[in-house]
Design a protein around this ligand. Sequence first.
Ligand SMILES: C[S@@+](CC[C@H](N)C(=O)[O-])C[C@H]1O[C@@H](n2cnc3c(N)ncnc32)[C@H](O)[C@@H]1O
Length: 317
Amino acid sequence: MGEYILGYSTEESQRLDLQHAAYKTILGGQLLSRDVEAAARRGEISKVLDVGTGTGIWCHDALAELKALKTDEGQYHVVGSDVAESEQWGQHGGASTTFIKADLGDAEAMAQIGKDHGPFDLIHSRLMIIPIKDGQWESYLATISSLLRSGGYVQLEETDFGYSQSCRPERESVEPVIIAQAVARGVGGDPMVAQRLANYSMKSGFSNVSKTVHHAQMFTTASDGTRISNTVIGDWVHKSYVALKTHFLKVRQLPNYHELLDQLPSEVVKKAGGRPQDLLKDEAEYEDHLQREHNVRLEDPLWHVDVVVTTGQKLAS
Ligand SMILES: C[S@@+](CC[C@H](N)C(=O)[O-])C[C@H]1O[C@@H](n2cnc3c(N)ncnc32)[C@H](O)[C@@H]1O
């Protein structure tokens, strides 16, 4: 596992909380997947772990959602673990929440969480595309499985970075894909992992695996033609690409930069004029991209972001 490339600052904590709000909107206001919600209604979900919790905001809101689902007063305990403590843990914690500093690659530390607070009924993992490297997802899922009770659930959520987010032909529509590919692959991550998690979950022994793609557009058009923009999602996307600038420009200088783009879909390469490696060559071009892309997002009804939610159940073998 590597370091967190976006670092730890108040600004990044705010971006993570905005990201949570955007995800919640994209998922239709509900954090728990349909399968997990049904299990919670049956009273099967009490102990929950959120791995790589960041500011712990998911733990706070998931607890509220669980409490609202169950008619009788259940005994809930939500644990959030992360390699770094967050200044927000105090604010997002409470009597039924515990935050623990632990590296998910440290088998002993993770087993200790299981001994102290598990086995868990649900383990949640969101936006771990950078910490979990390409080739490590199955061992990550094995760790998750070891901390779940038999019959427990895993819920994974990742953004799909593999396609052009707009149907427009201009390069604005593919530059975000190029940035995401370069940044993720530059640290050994898999930018297309969102679509592969159902397969990895099955290979890791999970049953009843389901995958739901949530397709979020930046605005809807009312019958009178008025546009209602989805500002939470738009702000999150914009702030995320602002936050990625420094890291992208470093990766852009790597001698093997063009190799990091060699798995781009042909449609993306085509829109990039056949030479995606030539785009976004310096800070001025990146800044220009942020402005152009922001405008496309506000104007293009087809611009979208997809979040893939994968759920699986650990059944006794
Ligand atoms: C993009 S953030 C996602 C945070 C949170 N899951 C959310 O969706 O709001 C990635 C998180 O993974 C954490 N992380 C990175 N490497 C880790 C590791 N080896 N063990 C545990 N957490 C790690 C980072 O500290 C960061 O909080």
